[in-house]
Design a protein around this ligand. Structure first.
Ligand code: NAP
Ligand code: FE
Length: 355
């Protein structure tokens, strides 16, 4: 058993400016990696830029990261970062820009390698990355994982070389700008990380502690997701903290069947990541057995699996085309790393029951 999170994490309103000195100390020229719109609207980009300007650190903004970022986009950003001479990166946004920034930081350190090197095991040296999350789902600010879209293979896949951010600045205030649909989808991803990590064959008392505490915080805010109430600052703080804790947990265990299956729904049908993993939570838990899942339901405040199903199903319901379902089942049966994390034997029949 071991526990290792080399990321320094701050969570509080205003933390980007408050800890600007530590952000700026990561290097002398910054590549800011972000999405097309949201970081301009929620103030996160402005906060990071102010910190750099105040300290005369030159920066380049690469704001072309799409949802489920592709290897091709990461390559463009790498070229931009190299031309600019960046020596550290700041990923701002949801999981998409944060994941992209890790892959770019790795590739900038190995500039002559072809794209395929991201998907082979080996040297994990990268430029330093700071992560500023603006969604409450992936926990990417506290994981070494980066999931990219590989159009050549028509699939999303985690890169093979882990890169932890060195600094995570988590300001729940940015969530106040997120539409309800983004809060719902990303919070369901955090829930899924807690569940898939807790039930994981690689779980330890340390990782389980994070899952249970993450679910308790998540459970306090779940009325926001069902639309019972508008989010309070306290709710947003709970959701952000739950997401980061869940990220710390999956850093140690990774995820399992729901995540492996979800990538096909997202690739084929553009289903947002959190909704795609949410579809499979109830059957995944049901197959684990009542005893194993009782602490999870209890921590999140559900009276039983039926109560969880009544909560999740209206939020995640999807029409899944037969071709996607077939591809997902076939792909999952060949996905050894996700299969080995599942606490029960998996067959095609088991997976068919998930749809
Ligand atoms: P995302 O793809 O990063 O962003 C989704 C949408 O939300 C985008 O349109 C984005 O706009 C918008 N947005 C982000 N923050 C916002 C805010 N505060 N207010 C308003 N809109 C906001 O979504 P995500 O669910 O966070 O990340 C999903 C990606 O992370 C997937 O590729 C998934 O596979 C990956 N993932 C990674 C890990 C890991 O451990 N690294 C774990 C789970 C999932 P802009 O495009 O304009 O920014
Ligand atoms: Fe996820």
């Amino acid at each position: 058993m071991y526990f290792y999170i080399p990321t320094k994490i701050y969570q509080e309103e205003g933390c980007v400016r408050a800890h600007g000195q530590e952000l700026a100390a990561l290097g002398s020229r910054a590549l800011i990696v972000t999405g097309k719109h949201s970081s301009r609207k929620n103030g996160s980009l402005q906060d990071a830029v102010s910190v750099l300007k105040e300290r005369n650190i030159p920066y380049l903004i690469f704001d072309d990261i799409e949802e489920n970022p592709s290897v091709e986009t990461v390559e463009k950003a790498k070229e931009a970062g190299l031309s600019f001479g960046a020596d550290f990166l700041i990923g701002i946004g949801g999981g998409s820009p944060m994941d992209a920034s890790k892959a770019i930081a790795l590739w900038m350190k190995h500039p002559d390698q072809p794209a395929g090197f991201l998907y082979t095991k080996g040297d994990t040296d990268s430029l330093p990355v700071a992560a500023i999350p603006t969604t409450c789902g992936t926990g990417s600010e506290a994981t070494p994982w980066a999931i990219l879209t590989r159009h050549a293979l028509k699939i999303k896949q985690g890169i093979a070389r882990p890169v932890f951010p060195v600094l995570a600045l988590c300001d729940p205030g940015y969530l106040a700008f997120a539409p309800h649909s983004v809060l719902v989808s990303t919070a369901i991803d955090a829930f899924a990380h807690c569940v898939e990590s807790y039930l994981n064959t690689g779980a330890t008392p340390y990782s389980r502690m994070l899952c249970l505490q993450g679910l308790r915080l998540w459970g306090k805010a779940k009325g926001v997701l069902s639309g019972e109430r508008a989010p309070s600052p306290q709710d947003l703080s709970c959701l952000m903290c739950a997401s980061t804790m869940a990220g710390m947990a999956i850093s140690h265990t990774s995820t399992s069947l729901p995540h492996g299956l979800s990538y096909y729904l997202t690739y084929d049908g553009s289903v947002p990541h959190g909704l795609a993993v949410g579809v499979f939570q109830v059957p995944y838990m049901a197959a684990a057995g009542a005893e194993k899942i009782a602490p999870l339901l209890d921590a999140a405040g559900f009276a039983g699996l039926d109560a969880l199903s009544s909560f999740l199903t209206p939020l995640t319901k999807q029409e899944i085309p037969a071709a996607t379902r077939q591809r997902a089942i076939q792909g999952m049966m060949g996905n050894e790393s996700k299969l080995k994390n599942c606490p029960y034997p998996v067959s095609e029949k088991v997976l068919e029951g998930f749809f």
